[in-house]
Design a protein around this ligand. Structure first.
Ligand code: CA
Ligand code: CA
Length: 77
């Protein structure tokens, strides 16, 4: 379970190159945080997260896409 605020700070921490999007690379650089994302979105890997929730298929997860993923998994409070 996460609030939108917690999710935003998690997102910012994961976005290591600060471009406002999470690439597979950003996610792989922080295995610990990535496991938090995985459990919040019910996905098993960054690749699975992108395959299921990268709705505009640009190869990155924006905050909106992440929020939707967590919402759909029923973990946004
Ligand atoms: Ca990034
Ligand atoms: Ca995207």
């Amino acid at each position: 379970m996460a609030t939108e605020q917690e999710l935003q700070s998690l997102f910012n921490t994961l976005d290591s190159d600060q471009d406002g999007k999470l690439s597979v690379n950003d996610l792989l650089l922080s295995p610990g945080l990535n496991s938090v994302i995985s459990s919040a979105t019910s996905t098993s890997s960054p690749q699975a997260l992108l395959a299921q929730y990268d709705s505009d298929e640009d190869g990155n997860i924006t905050f909106e896409e992440l929020k939707q993923a967590v919402e759909r998994a029923g973990n946004l409070t």
